[in-house]
Design a protein around this ligand. Structure first.
Ligand code: GLN
Length: 639
């Protein structure tokens, strides 16, 4: 593997511009890593090796490297509900199987214009509906820290891809928490921008008054860099805002005098002790930075889940009406009447969670229930927004844990939708009020699972939370801890040669790689103004290690986890879905693409009870014509 990658986006762009790295080498290193590791994680649903290498070669051929842009040569993964020209976009739904968009979403256009290299599309809950990436027609993604757990969702593929260092940055979308919750579960940084900050043109619509595209990164600086590329008005999205532009976040560590509000009462129930402990420790870090921490009230926040699931399902039922077999998506025909065709098409195209939401949303919009349910939800949404306005008259930022728990186990909440919905308890309010919110890693549980800290700010104050998150990250650089086992050469399963959960990169098993990474990271930190010397970092790492791995039990738990993972791997290997693979290959070939099924195509799908059968396989486009689009469905942000 080239030493070019893993690294940060800032480091890759700097080295490319300085002529120290070729974009092709970085791209090949990323593809190589994906090829070796993703069979165990399944973060990707499509890998575009061909397209990525062509883009990288074009960058290498440019004489004006300094002009390429802030993401020059940086490999990026894009959630599969964001349209990519010539590259399948399915939103995790069988309804969009085979859809190849004839256009790029605005965010994808902006990524490419900034020099990014799009390596593939990542797995997600169907149409963004879920909190675990288990509701995907492509099967679930696993958490890089523990293969028996979910990565969160719905943007679990993007979060896992960044956490596993398959790409330094990725795009997700967040309607009720789908960027922040998986970021928290996987130990990545994830940002939901202010509603309107980023264009939704080309995002497959779920709930249009809530949906927002945003970045994932390993560091706050990288996440900010991507958001700067994405942000700005777009004439193709009527809701994209002109406010707050130009927009130049400053990550200079200066947070002294800021006020952070804690909605104590709301946080009282249901938060796991490990999560509370890490949250309180983060508040101590704030205090040490000269930030004042005060208690605030958000009286209506406890209704946020109820409001969110009424508003989001109502909007979804309307947005998804387009998948009728005529205007959008595939069709299941027959000799019957038109309505029968609609019913058959939707029955075959949608998974059970999507059906549940379409039914719920249709119900709450129905005459007789509209006033009682939907209208009431809108009223409480307004009250919640006012709660935030009142709180922000006293504080600059509101902090909560990103989620009340660490990553839950695969399958654990599938049978109980309400439990699944409760994963969004702290993330749902921000989109309801249109606020920016970021999740930044704030440590590990005693089981070695990442924990996220959420920061929210008033609308268009995105820069304030990024500055605060960055200041925290300088003190506690948790991003330097990597998931066990994933840096070892030649291993691709989570169970082998594992490092203890949460163990830092430094002094790890693969000394050379780690040393290189360490130097690279130190350099990046210095570039970003993080001037800590090696000693300071060592001392901090030792302290970090002691803080989150004091337990003698950890070893035992790690061993138990290893056994469970081995079992899971065995289960997985018994359930390859060959028939579907072959069918999809035929379908794709019929569209004029030459698809070769690589390692991922044959990667087995979990046979765990409760999963719907995988309705299409992961595909790897290795070579062939760039398809010109199927002329099929598209979905815009201007809904
Ligand atoms: N988990 C939430 C849901 O299922 C949020 C999803 C999202 O933000 N896209 O609706």
């Amino acid at each position: 593997m080239s030493p070019a990658f893993p690294g940060t986006a800032a480091g890759v762009a700097r080295a490319f511009v300085a002529g120290e790295l070729r974009a092709t080498d970085v791209c090949e290193a990323a593809l190589d890593r994906i090829g070796r590791l993703d069979a165990g994680i399944r973060a990707f649903v499509t890998i575009d090796a061909d397209g990525a290498l062509a883009a990288a070669r074009a960058l290498d051929a440019r004489p004006d490297r300094a002009q390429v842009g802030p993401l020059a040569g940086v490999p990026v993964a894009v959630k599969d509900n964001i349209c990519t020209r010539g590259l399948a976009t399915t939103a995790g739904s069988a309804a969009l199987r085979g859809f190849v968009p004839p256009y790029d979403a605005t965010v994808v256009e902006r990524l490419r214009a900034a020099g990014a290299v799009i390596v593939g599309k990542t797995n997600c809950d169907e149409f963004g509906m879920g909190s675990s990436t288990e509701h995907s027609a492509c099967g679930p993604t696993t958490n890089p820290w523990d293969a028996s757990r979910t990565p969160g969702g719905s943007s679990g593929g993007s979060a896992a891809a960044v956490a596993a260092r398959l790409v330094p940055v990725a795009l997700g979308s967040d309607t009720g928490g789908s960027i922040r919750q998986p970021a928290g579960f996987c130990g990545a940084v994830g940002m939901k921008p202010t509603y309107g900050r980023v264009s939704r043109y080309g995002l497959v619509a779920f709930a249009s008054s809530l949906d927002q595209i945003g970045p994932f990164g390993l560091t706050v600086a990288d996440t900010t860099r991507v958001l700067q590329v994405l942000a700005g008005p777009d004439p193709r999205d009527a809701t994209s805002a002109r406010d707050g532009v130009p927009w130049e976040p400053v990550l200079d560590g200066r947070v002294r005098g800021l006020r952070v509000g804690i909605p104590r009462r709301w946080l009282e129930s249901g938060v796991e002790p490990d999560v509370s402990a890490r949250f309180d420790a983060a508040l101590d870090v704030f205090r040490g930075l000269g930030v004042s921490v005060v208690d605030i009230e958000l009286p209506h926040a406890r209704h946020a889940i109820a409001v969110y699931y009424l508003v989001a399902t109502a909007e979804a039922s309307s947005n998804l009406a387009r998948y009728d077999g005529v205007r959008y998506g595939g069709r299941v025909g027959g000799d019957g009447a038109l309505t029968e065709m609609y019913a058959r098409t939707r029955e075959a195209g949608f998974g059970s969670e999507v059906k549940r939401r379409v039914m719920l949303g249709t119900f709450v919009l129905g005459a007789g229930y509209y006033d009682q349910l939907y209208m009431k939800a809108l009223q409480v949404r307004t009250l919640l927004t006012r709660d935030f306005d009142a709180a922000f008259a006293r504080v600059d930022i509101i902090a909560t844990p990103t989620s009340p728990t660490t990553a839950f186990r695969l399958g654990e909440r599938l049978a109980d939708p309400l439990q699944m919905y409760l994963a969004d308890v702290f993330t749902a309010p921000a989109p309801l009020a249109g606020l920016p919110a970021v999740s930044v890693p704030c440590g590990f549980s005693t089981e070695g699972l990442p924990i996220g800290l959420q920061l929210m700010a008033p609308r268009f104050e995105d820069a304030t939370i990024l500055r605060m998150a960055d200041a925290y990250e300088r003190e506690q650089p948790w991003w330097r801890h990597s998931p066990p086992g994933l840096f070892l050469e030649g291993t691709s399963t989570a169970g082998r040669g594992r490092r203890r959960a949460g163990e830092p990169l430094d002094g790890g098993v693969d000394g050379d790689t780690d040393q290189r990474e360490r130097q690279q990271r130190q350099q990046h930190r210095e570039e970003a103004g993080h001037g800590h010397g090696d000693h300071a970092d060592d001392a901090r790492d030792d302290q970090d290690r002691q803080e989150h791995q004091p337990q003698h039990q950890l070893q035992q738990e790690a061993e138990q986890q290893e056994r469970q993972e081995d079992q899971l791997q065995q289960q997985l290997q018994q359930a390859p879905d060959q028939a579907d693979d072959q069918q999809a290959a035929k379908d794709q070939d019929a569209q004029g693409q030459h698809i070769e099924h690589g390692t991922l195509a044959s990667s087995p799908r979990p046979a765990a009870p409760g999963y719907e059968p995988c309705s299409y396989p992961v595909t790897q486009i290795l070579r062939g014509r760039r398809p010109e689009g199927s002329g099929g469905p598209s979905s815009g942000g201007a809904a």
